[in-house]
Design a protein around this ligand. Structure first.
Ligand code: MN
Length: 403
């Protein structure tokens, strides 16, 4: 039997938008993301209406979990359409909705639009939903490659949304769940900013689910944060072997060690804005405690970005190497007053006004008085030995250089 061992959810306005039109729901066994659209905050209304229907849980009665989830999605659609008809300012508002339900042995999703569900299982990261978007339909028709779709200017246009028409149907699927599965539901503000491979890497390497969620939002913002960003993460645990643990107690048994100060302006009332548990993501074996760390407490991985520092160090080595190499070569040119000059170094400037050369000898001969052939030789900036460069200028001064 499965239960939700931990979850983390957060929404962020991003760097470009003024408001946040995303909303999420995270109360086991239901997890959802809605990405609203429409002017004058109407998108925010639509996304909140969509997640609010989930507060009632699944509808009672017969039918499969998929049918009951799709019924909730239809209900959300009807509420959004009624709200839009009742208020002109809300006309045309709409939203995506991707909702996952954790059952006893499996996971069911119903979705409309382009908010995605992903699964990380045994190190393999996989998208489980197909976007209802223009570019994805073009990919299915073979008119675009997935790479072209990622860069397409119209990639945010969705072909199915709640609030757009009566009778909109959600796609639904069910998969067997497994111990250790990590699921991510996110709005396109995440996946349009950073590649899936980057998302997979963060999930696989982050020290905790909460750490992964924060790093994903930071990465989307670092990449430009052009849209609202929402991530809902949850990890499953199979409790079949041990004493049976009812699903409802999952949250209470999870110990929140790292309360988040602020999150989820778009969290529905009553929903936990964040329930944060630091536990390894998809890492079966706990890492050995570091020397000096108090027992039982995991130290955070240092936040210092090693990659960029290494790149800067290597760059500095290259520049220093180039500098020392440059000090053994000479060239001839004209100084800023127009006189023929022997320079030591390389005839290049680096950004920030750094010269790779210095004046070695200034001649009294103005470049303007040279013949075209002489001028060509002088201003070619050919690299020479010290003797060669000085000899060239001496020939010029003594009139020996070919005219
Ligand atoms: Mn969006």
């Amino acid at each position: 039997m499965l239960r939700v061992a931990e979850h983390f959810e957060r929404t962020d306005t991003g760097r470009q938008r003024r408001g946040n039109e995303d909303a999420f729901y995270a109360r086991a066994p239901l997890f959802a993301v809605a990405d609203g659209m429409g002017g004058a905050q109407a998108g925010e209304v639509a996304s909140h209406l969509a997640v609010e229907v989930l507060e009632q849980g699944l509808p009672d009665g017969g039918g499969s979990v998929e049918e009951r989830l799709r019924a909730r999605v239809r209900e959300a659609n009807a509420r959004i359409m009624a709200s839009a008809q009742a208020d002109d300012a809300r006309a045309g508002m709409g939203t995506t909705l991707t909702v996952a339900y954790v059952g006893e042995d499996d996971l069911t999703v119903a979705h409309v639009g382009d908010s995605r569900l992903y699964r990380l299982r045994d190190g393999a990261f996989e998208r489980l939903t197909d976007d209802h978007s223009l570019v994805e339909e073009l990919v299915r028709q073979g008119k675009l490659t997935p790479e072209e779709a990622d860069e397409h200017p119209q990639r945010s246009i969705i072909t199915r949304a709640l609030g757009a028409e009566e009778g909109v149907e959600a796609d639904s699927h069910t998969w067997a769940g497994r111990d250790g599965d990590v699921y991510l539901i996110c709005s396109d503000g995440l996946t349009s900013m950073i590649p899936e491979a980057h998302v997979a890497q963060v999930l696989a390497e982050a020290p905790s689910l909460a750490g992964a969620g924060r790093m994903l939002i930071d990465a989307a913002n670092d990449a430009g944060g052009r849209d609202n960003i929402t991530v809902v993460l949850f990890r499953l645990e199979d409790v079949t072997a041990g004493a049976s643990a009812p699903q409802e107690t999952a949250e209470h048994r999870a110990v929140a060690r790292e309360p988040e100060p602020e999150s989820g302006a778009a969290a529905p009332a009553g929903a936990p804005a964040t329930a944060t548990v630091t536990a390894p993501v998809a890492r079966k074996q706990p890492r050995p405690a570091r020397r000096g760390a108090p027992a039982g407490r995991r130290r955070r991985r240092p936040r210092v970005p090693v990659g960029p520092i290494l790149v800067l160090f290597l760059l500095a080595c290259v520049i220093l190497g180039a500098y020392y190499a440059s000090q053994t070569v000479y060239f001839v040119g004209a100084n800023k007053d127009g006189f023929v000059t022997v320079y030591r170094g390389l005839p290049y400037d680096l950004p920030a006004g750094v010269h790779l050369y210095s004046s070695n000898y200034e001649s009294g001969t103005p470049v303007d008085e040279l013949t075209p052939a002489q001028k060509k030789t002088i201003t070619a900036h050919a690299l020479r030995s010290k003797d060669d460069a000085q000899d060239l200028v001496r020939q010029l001064e003594t009139g020996e250089l070919a005219k």
